[in-house]
Design a protein around this ligand. Structure first.
Ligand code: URA
Length: 434
């Protein structure tokens, strides 16, 4: 087979056969197809899309590209969670210790930053010593020992996704239903998850900008779930503005620690409670969503969720003294306020702009091999609905790169829309697809 013919076929909007998809996934994973040819095909898929049959074949080929686990060895009620990506999205880091504290095993493989969205693995790696890259055996052992393990994509589980994911990030092919669905579901199939809650983000800080697009993505992933016998619930969540206040790796760890101590911004709380309640239900621990939310509240109030997080970090080699005193994690050299130039009420904060600026000042990658600056990012001082006076800080840019600081501050100001009219609170949970 000739990869150039496969590229031409997709460029001309023709359906790829199972053989062609298998060939691409196998040979790219093995290193026989170079990045530039893979990039051309991925770009063609991003522009042309894929049929349901192609998405199924791509997902299965990626799932089969490495080792496969069977998480039911840990228990038959292992519930996984995955987000389609967002800005300031630290939900996994807050939610998963809560779920583990309730005695539901958590074995989760997360990703790195993608496009303007952040990645859980980059965030966890900003905790000194925390190992995200551990062998599969240790991953399972950790779950058996402390009930939770959060890791990155090990070389052996869906390695095709690992390569394609990094490539998509570098060539701006992140917004694509076939590529997002196959990326997430191939990992879940390879891990052998049997229950899954998907956080399908919608809005400016998400890849799916409208509820209709998000619903299409949800349906596509649910179909893949059915095929692989993974019971899947999709929760559509509002990502029109960043989640919580902090954007960037260390900054989000600091906020997540506060959340686990039960000091949670309202939007984080609503997402954590709703996703968590669905996870508890899937785990067979309670059908009543309100009761499940009470269980979540109890783990937070009693300190059990925070304690579980400390156990997780210790078990993965992380130094929890940095969590006890988050100031030890450090601060970027330049912390510059973005000041309001008018009085009013914050109507909207453009999450995609916040995410892109955060990447620009060092929190994300522009090239595959870029190193991220774990201290870089943005701290919001205002959220929509808040009143603001001229000269008050709207946000702070954190960066170690002096040359980027000025432009970032100017641009970030444009992310804030200020009005003199009353601002209606937006719903955070936009729908549940079971
Ligand atoms: N998370 C993933 O694992 N893949 C995507 O494409 C988007 C979010």
């Amino acid at each position: 087979m000739d990869i150039r013919e496969v590229i031409s076929k997709k460029r001309e909007d023709k359906e790829l056969t199972k053989n062609e998809i298998d060939y691409f996934v196998r040979e790219y994973t093995n290193g026989n197809i170079p990045d530039y040819q893979a990039a051309a095909l991925i770009m063609a898929i991003c522009i042309r899309g894929m049929t349901a049959e192609e998405i199924k074949n791509l997902t299965l080929a990626m799932a089969e590209s490495g080792e496969k686990l069977n998480l039911s060895a840990i228990g038959n009620k292992v519930v996984d969670k995955h987000s389609t990506g967002g800005v300031g999205d630290k939900i996994t880091i807050v939610l998963m210790p809560i779920i583990a504290a309730l005695g539901i095993p958590v074995a989760k493989m997360s990703g790195r930053g993608l496009g303007f969205t952040g990645g859980t693995v980059d965030k966890l790696e900003s905790i000194p010593g925390y190992k995200t890259n551990i062998p599969v055996e240790e991953f399972i052992e950790n779950v058996n020992n402390v009930g939770i393990s959060l890791i990155g994509q090990t070389a052996n589980i869906a390695p095709a996704d690992k390569k394609i994911y990094a490539l998509r990030d570098a060539i701006n092919c992140t917004k694509s239903i076939p590529l997002i669905a196959s990326s997430i579901m191939s990992k879940k199939i390879a891990l052998g998850a049997n229950k899954l809650v998907l956080d399908i983000t919608v809005g400016s800080g998400a890849f799916m900008k409208t509820k209709q697009e998000a619903t299409n993505l949800a349906k596509c992933m649910k179909k893949l779930g059915e095929l692989a016998e993974i019971e899947t619930v999709c929760v559509l969540t509002n990502m029109n503005e960043p989640v919580g206040y902090n954007i960037g790796n260390t900054l989000e760890i600091i906020e997540a620690v506060e959340c686990l101590k039960n000091n949670m911004p309202d939007d984080v709380r609503e997402i954590v409670y709703n996703l968590g309640a669905q996870m508890i239900k899937l785990a067979g621990r309670g059908d009543d969503i309100n009761q499940n939310i009470l269980m979540i509240e109890e783990t937070l109030q009693s300190g059990k969720a925070y304690q579980k997080f400390l156990e997780l970090v210790t078990n993965q080699g992380g130094d929890i003294s940095y969590l006890g005193d988050t100031q030890k994690l450090g601060k970027a050299k330049y912390v510059i306020p973005v000041l309001a130039s008018e009085d009013g009420i914050i109507e909207h904060i453009d999450a995609e702009m916040c995410g892109s600026i955060s990447v620009y000042v060092g929190a994300g990658r522009v090239k595959k091999e870029d190193k991220i600056d774990s201290l870089a990012g943005i701290v919001l001082n205002k959220k929509s609905g808040d009143t603001v006076k001229v000269g008050e800080p709207l946000a702070y840019v954190h960066t170690n790169d002096e040359t980027k600081a000025k432009g970032a501050v100017e641009n970030l100001k444009n992310a804030f829309k200020i009005t003199n009219k009353k601002v209606k609170k937006q719903n955070i949970i936009l729908g549940i697809i079971k």
